[in-house]
Ligand binder design. Sequence first.
Ligand SMILES: NC(=O)c1ccc[n+]([C@@H]2O[C@H](COP(=O)([O-])OP(=O)(O)OC[C@H]3O[C@@H](n4cnc5c(N)ncnc54)[C@H](OP(=O)(O)O)[C@@H]3O)[C@@H](O)[C@H]2O)c1
Length: 325
Amino acid sequence: MPRVLMLKDEDPRARVETIDEERLPERAVTVDIDFSDLNYKDALAVTGKGKIVRDYPFVPGIDFAGTVRSCEGGRFARGDKVILTGWGVGERYWGGFAETMRVDEEWLVACPEALSTREAMLFGTAGLSAMLSVMRLQEAGLARGARVVVTGATGGVGSWAVKMLAHYGYEVHAVTGKPNQEAWLKELGASEVLGRHEFEGEPRPLEKSRWAGAIDTVGDNVLANVLAQMEYHGLVAAVGLAGGSELPTTVMPFILRGVSLLGIDSAMQPLARRREAWQHIAELPEAVRHAMHYEELGMEMIAERAEAMINGDIHGRLLLDPHID
Ligand SMILES: NC(=O)c1ccc[n+]([C@@H]2O[C@H](COP(=O)([O-])OP(=O)(O)OC[C@H]3O[C@@H](n4cnc5c(N)ncnc54)[C@H](OP(=O)(O)O)[C@@H]3O)[C@@H](O)[C@H]2O)c1
């Protein structure tokens, strides 16, 4: 009988429970989960600070990697290593904070040979989204060596973005609210670390231009200030809203400097694009893949670390082993 983190609309909201397998959703593929991880959206779901979950009882977890136990369709065989991210799993459908889950075939991608399920979840939705952001900037023409600013740089998406951009030869400028993490961000490959407060003030339509590219995980004034600081034809990937969902800007950066705002969504990406992004991740050198700072959690630790994540107190990644407390 699998253990799951069960959310209920009562106090306490999150409890580890052992449930009958019959209670798992009736879906085609049964996966024994090796690892999951905590993303910002999970933290919103677990704490109830965001309206992510509507039906209770509910098992959260927007991603996982594991081993196929059985598959009613033809795409996967017993023993296959698979990755699931997004598709509404952990929001509308029961998710990855569980030892076993049943999901649809079309939601799964094969875990690349070169990547273990543990490594895959050290990236998770955060690393996948960082890779999708980098791919989008490169396809839009961002030249190697260009100056790129990353906001929310110590977060999951932000820190993977810093590492990947540095690896691909960009000059990375990291914006953070955690000045004590400057040395770590430089270790990851940032050439400069800037205080988040510099980007939180009332944005002006245009400022002195500083950046050819940007990956923004924060939104609101921070994104508006980044837009105002872009060079001519600058490229900005908007991937997150850790600071808020508003965007208090004007059309000036777009029409006077030709700046492009590129939206990044990982949850509904087509399978082919996911495979491509995971392949790029698998092809990163081992030193890059293993560079990330992470905490390894058991099920009983999720609720407390979710609170810390909402408060912006985490740096790097939170890996979940659902088999430990
Ligand atoms: N579009 C997509 O498909 C997609 C996929 C994954 C994540 N996201 C979004 O991207 C954002 C980052 O996700 P994540 O998993 O990387 O989260 P995370 O690990 O919690 O990182 C968020 C980081 O944002 C910064 N931050 C800035 N203002 C903040 C505030 N008011 N409160 C808390 N943190 C603040 C902090 O970094 P510093 O202290 O370094 O500034 C924090 O560590 C979230 O909004 C998430 O929903 C979107």
